[in-house]
Design a protein around this ligand. Structure first.
Ligand code: FPP
Ligand code: MG
Length: 262
């Protein structure tokens, strides 16, 4: 048996057993209600594996489906993923953006009639400056949102053309507009009211924010909402993110909550 075969054998046997034990362990403790993820490292994964960039993104898309499954298995109620920042719309090449838009479009269309999504009652939506996206992608997003609008066992949100500062700008505009219409008294403006004007007005703040690829930045993601979140930076590229990395992040969250909760 060569080294690669040994690793595969270990992964298939002890690896699965280890994941199952870890899964049982985290389910016995307080789970985060909302997990948010900065999926980073698709291109570095491709480079380190001798693949083209678009292959890295394709594998990144498959990983999202896997993580949705892990959330359902574990009992997480909200999963939010950062798939495209507003800055990415100008910083990435038109060819790369076209590949990404194709992946998002096919991803949302697949969700519309996916058996697992309907069986597990997963609500799918997108959040960000959606009007800046190509029409075909907006149509796919709307179709997935319509097909899953009555579900709430897991709420899956894809942040696209998203920027947290822009979200705050939009909230300020909304508050000012309602003030002009006589609906808001300035003295009533408080944290709860601001939260109601964010894109995330109908979901709880994230309890755990994970970023893959070893980078330790929040990159304009959910800045207001992550005020009290636990942050977990994982030194694995997104396509290589494993169930045990996900479960260990939850276990880290549980350990920190216990220490700080005292
Ligand atoms: C980060 O890696 C990844 C992205 C900007 C794109 C994320 C998109 C997917 C994972 C596909 C998701 C699909 C759906 C339907 C949600 P990077 O390009 O920044 O790689 P690098 O950090 O190594 O340069
Ligand atoms: Mg990156």
């Amino acid at each position: 048996m060569d080294a690669a075969e040994k690793v595969r054998w270990f992964e298939g046997g002890f690896g699965l057993l280890y994941d199952r034990l870890l899964s049982r362990q985290v389910r016995q403790d307080l789970l985060p209600t909302h997990v948010a993820i900065v999926m980073d490292g698709n291109r570095r994964f491709a480079l380190s594996s001798g693949l083209q960039n678009d292959q890295g993104h394709r594998m990144g898309k498959e990983k999202v489906r896997e993580v949705m499954r892990w959330c359902r298995d574990t009992g997480i109620k909200y999963l939010t993923v950062y798939a495209l920042s507003i800055e990415n719309l100008t910083s990435r090449s038109p060819q790369e953006l076209a590949t990404l838009f194709d992946l998002y479009e096919s991803g949302f269309l697949e969700l519309c009639d996916d058996r697992e999504i309907h069986r597990d009652r997963v609500r799918c939506k997108a959040m960000g400056q959606i009007h800046l996206l190509p029409a075909r992608l907006i149509t796919a997003i709307e179709a997935a949102e319509r097909a899953t609008k009555d579900y709430d066992d897991l709420v899956f949100t894809v942040c696209l053309a998203y920027g947290a500062r822009q979200e705050l700008v939009d909230a300020i505009k909304g508050i000012l507009s309602d003030h002009r219409d006589g609906k808001i008294d300035p003295d009533s403006i408080c944290e709860e009211l601001v939260s109601q004007y964010l894109y995330t007005h109908d979901m709880p703040d994230p309890d755990l924010v994970i970023r893959t690829s070893g980078e330790e930045r929040v990159s304009n993601f959910l800045l207001w909402q992550m005020a009290y979140a636990e942050l977990c930076f994982i030194d694995v590229y997104w396509p290589a993110f494993r169930k045990r990395d996900f479960l260990r992040a939850i276990r880290t969250y549980q350990g920190r909550r216990r220490r700080y909760g005292r």
